[in-house]
Design a protein. Structure first.
Length: 359
């Protein structure tokens, strides 16, 4: 019995060998982690101390630096400038004051087009021609009427001269009682009739000449000419198309081409009405095209349009280019800076500012 009890007690006892091993393993892990952290801290401290020792060596020869700080180099470089750039900025577009869509004054079919995009044309140059067969016939008919009226005048003039001679003889014979009063009256009546016919023929002749001039003008309108010199930027019509001065529906066009006078290009910008007082006609401007951001173009204010846009609260300003260049094209986006003349505005220049500060 005693042996059974002793064995039973042994089975109830707890074996602490495994827990001891686990605890000892955990202890070593925590100790190794602490040692690693200490190593990292010591390494960081050593690097910091090492750098701290090098900094004074590099900064040691710099005590004389404060003596060089008072020299204001940027102010000395900006001193020659008499204008304050960028005082007011705005954006707008390049526009052409003379730009026209060339169209015909009559309705007709396009036969030839003599221009293309990019071509330079002069004032009065023919850019297109319409079908003019009927117009030519009308002009020939009008010229024929002029010739007929001229011939009628010549014939009536000859008859009138003969009637005047007859009337003179009859008057002479009547004075000598060799002609009756009836013969004299008849001669005078013939002269009067022929005189009236001559005036009528002359009027018809003038009317025929006017009609001929009109027919010639209509014939000339079949040749479409450039209203001014410039560059063709758009060609609308093609040979074989119908063209009319007003839109009549269908495929009838109203224009042949669009011409721009490159000498009339300028800039139009919208300036906020709160700053319009800083813009003056004739004031200097720097313009920069979005297409050429590194190219500054000198310009000047032409005029301030005397009206404001209620919706945008802006005022339109016209600006001229001081120099023209083929790279400047209509409808290009542009940014401008209105320059302010320091001397004109009474602002102190950098030279006087530096002098006052030295005093």
């Amino acid at each position: 019995m005693t042996d059974d009890k002793s064995e039973l007690l042994r089975s109830l006892t707890i074996d602490r060998s495994e827990t001891k091993v686990e605890r000892s393993g955990r202890r070593w892990l925590s100790i190794s982690a602490a040692l690693a952290a200490c190593t990292v801290v010591l390494a960081a401290l050593g690097i910091y101390l090492f750098r701290g020792e090098d900094v004074p060596k590099q900064a040691a020869p710099q005590p004389a630096a404060p003596a060089q700080q008072p020299t204001p180099l940027p102010q000395q470089q900006a001193a020659p400038n008499d204008r304050d750039a960028g005082s007011l900025a705005a954006s707008g577009y390049v526009v052409a004051r003379r730009k026209a869509t060339v169209a015909a004054e009559i309705t007709g079919k396009v036969v030839e087009v003599f221009i293309d995009e990019g071509m330079t044309v002069t004032e009065g140059q023919i850019v297109a021609r319409l079908d003019s067969v009927l117009a030519e016939k009308d002009y020939e008919l009008a010229r024929s009427r002029v010739e007929t009226a001229d011939a009628a005048i010549a014939a009536i003039s000859a008859d009138l001269q003969d009637a005047n001679r007859i009337m003179s003889r009859v008057q002479t014979l009547s004075q000598k009682n060799f002609a009756t009063e009836a013969d004299l009256t008849k001669a005078q009546a013939r002269v009067g009739v022929l005189t009236a016919q001559l005036r009528q023929a002359q009027s018809q002749f003038e009317t025929a000449k006017i009609d001929a001039k009109r027919s010639a003008s209509v014939l000339d309108k079949h040749q479409i000419r450039a209203p001014f010199g410039g560059i063709v930027i758009d060609r609308s019509a093609q040979p074989g198309e119908m063209i009319s001065p007003m839109s009549v529906g269908g495929f009838t066009r109203t224009g042949i081409c669009t011409i721009v006078d490159m000498d009339s290009i300028e800039i139009e910008v919208d300036v906020n009405e709160a700053f319009i007082g800083r813009v003056a006609p004739g004031g200097p401007v720097n313009a920069v095209l979005d297409a050429y951001p590194d190219w500054t173009i000198p310009a000047s204010v032409i005029a301030i349009v005397p009206t404001a846009n209620r919706e945008k609260a802006t005022v339109k300003v016209r600006i001229r280019f001081e120099q023209k260049d083929p790279r400047i094209l209509p409808d290009m986006a542009v940014k401008v800076n209105f320059l302010r003349d320091r001397r004109a505005s009474g602002a102190p220049t950098p030279d006087t500012t530096a002098t006052n500060s030295s005093q």
